[in-house]
Design a protein around this ligand. Structure first.
Ligand code: FAD
Length: 307
């Protein structure tokens, strides 16, 4: 099997104590008009800063929102995954993009508007933002990335790093292995970057764009679609790829999504993607979602960033 060596990456060139101010160059909505969710594609110009050309796809940048929290302390940094490839947005190393969902919560009759995500979503081109980073040294494409097959699982803004990774793999037209993306969302209006992904699937027979829409229809047996159920639904395509020893799995998005994927991998006899830590119950469904890491963790072939 091809050796999985992760590239050396730069970390925290700018930290919370010495952030760098950069302007926004574009900020547009990517969820469809009728979606109750608002997700935006935002690009920053890092020209003339130490970040230019030094952020790798899979890493995140930190955002320091202005203002203070309810205790009067400056707001803490929030992380956002980079969604542009290593070469930068549109091939420009000075342009770095991310994908931001406005977070809004109603709790005990009070509305809470997420501080950083709504600050970012409201920014206009030309306005400046304090950023830090890059951060993250594990959720990366390996060196010799083109020697591997990939199965990417994304929910929500978990798509961000995969947009950049897909651009990275296919940019030069010499990627010969198989790359599949399973994107999960409740309704079709929440599909993100789908025009780009559909186009990639049309243009590249080795890129497979699989949508898992949970609330619009059911599977043949009446059960709901989840990202993990797509392995079975698309088994003719995915099982032979998953059985190859140069295949890697990446999971990004909502915390908890990994539990269903782990259980499905075990059910299908694909335990090589996991390190089992303790005796498993016969019925895997007995393992509560929040306890899954007590029983198993990702192996060297599985990469995960959930939040
Ligand atoms: C490695 C990593 C990568 C990430 N990548 C991305 C990404 O690419 N895109 C992205 O959109 N996000 C990403 N995130 C999440 C992001 O960092 C933020 O956590 C997210 O945007 C929410 O931040 P916020 O400041 O808007 O909300 P916060 O102000 O931090 O609030 C969080 C949530 O709690 C609610 N809330 C606040 N106070 C209360 C209260 N008292 N009672 C009840 N509810 C309350 C808010 O409405 C909000 O929904 C990532 C996180 C990590 C760790």
């Amino acid at each position: 099997m091809a050796e999985i060596t992760l590239p050396e990456v730069e970390l925290n060139i700018y930290g919370p104590k010495n952030p760098v101010e950069v302007p926004v160059v574009e900020n547009y909505i990517i969820t469809k008009e009728s979606s109750p969710n608002f997700v935006r594609h935002i690009t920053f110009d890092v020209s003339g800063t130490e970040l230019e050309g030094r952020i790798k796809v899979g890493q995140s940048i930190g955002i320091l929102p202005p203002g203070k929290d309810e205790r009067g302390r400056p707001h803490k940094l929030r992380l956002y995954s980079v969604s542009s490839p290593n070469s930068g947005e549109n091939g420009k190393p000075n342009l770095v993009s991310t994908t931001v969902k406005r977070t809004i919560e109603e709790f005990e009759d009070k509305l809470y508007i997420g501080v950083a995500s709504n600050y970012l979503a409201d920014l206009k081109p030309g306005e400046k933002v304090k950023i830090t980073g890059p951060s993250g040294k594990r959720f990366l494409l390996p060196e010799k990335a083109k020697e591997f097959n990939y199965l990417f699982f994304a929910t929500g803004t978990g798509i961000a790093p995969f947009r950049g990774m897909i651009m990275e793999l296919f940019a030069k037209g010499d990627y010969q292995n198989e790359c599949s993306l399973i994107f999960g969302c409740p309704y079709r209006t929440d599909l993100l970057y789908s025009d780009y992904l559909e186009k990639m699937a049309q243009e590249h027979s080795n890129f497979h764009y699989i949508k898992s829409i949970s609330r619009e229809n059911r599977r043949k047996d009446g059960s709901k679609h989840y990202v993990q159920t797509k392995i079975e639904d698309e088994e003719e395509l995915l099982l032979p790829i998953l059985k190859k020893d140069n295949t890697l799995i990446y999971i990004c998005g909502l915390k908890g999504m990994e539990a269903g994927i782990y259980k499905e991998l075990l059910r299908l006899g694909l335990g090589g993607y996991l390190d089992i830590r303790k005796n498993l119950p016969e019925d895997l469904n007995e393992i509560p979602r929040n306890d899954i890491k007590k029983f198993m963790k990702p192996s060297a072939r599985t990469f995960e960033e959930v939040y």
